[in-house]
Design a protein. Structure first.
Length: 157
């Protein structure tokens, strides 16, 4: 939810998600898509990132999907401090908008588009084990892809 406290409209040019406490090599995750609702149904289709306006003293609700790949970073089932940054039309730099704790251990199926509660109290022990296994599988898959990319770049032409 973006709320414009001023009287004039603001133009949102772009959004990104940054992990400020992670190594410098971690790039911010770019805005990949927007969805019409939090729980997508088969008729929904993602909208590409596009500039939008938030009228003065109004709020704009968006369901934003931030993308991977995670260059040099494999998510672990733990808590991360995350900052949502915004590029506004009247500014030349990214502006921090919101910082929150992302409970990555809640992601039982990280390779699928599924909504999760971000409350640390909503997981059972069985859910934690599923999340750990799913994130370990994702980490192995990403490591394999990175290894294959490295082999492909070293191959003779």
């Amino acid at each position: 939810m973006l709320y414009n406290t001023g009287p004039k409209p603001i133009i949102v040019q772009n959004l990104q998600l940054r992990f400020p406490d992670e190594p410098d090599s971690l790039l911010p995750l770019p805005w990949r898509n927007s969805w019409p609702q939090l729980r997508p149904v088969s008729e929904d289709s993602a909208a590409m990132p596009a500039v939008f306006a938030v009228d003065g003293r109004k709020a704009e609700q968006r369901f934003i999907e931030f993308g991977a790949p995670f260059p040099g970073f494999i998510p672990q089932p733990r808590d991360y401090t995350v900052t949502l940054e915004v590029m506004l039309g009247h500014r030349k730099r990214w502006q921090p908008f919101l910082t929150f704790t992302l409970h990555a251990g809640n992601m039982i199926s990280p390779s699928q588009y599924i909504t999760y509660s971000n409350s640390p109290r909503d997981l059972t022990e069985a859910d934690r084990e599923k999340a750990n296994a799913a994130l370990e599988a994702l980490a192995a898959k990403l490591a394999e892809q990175q290894s294959m990319r490295g082999k492909n770049t070293n191959a003779p032409e």
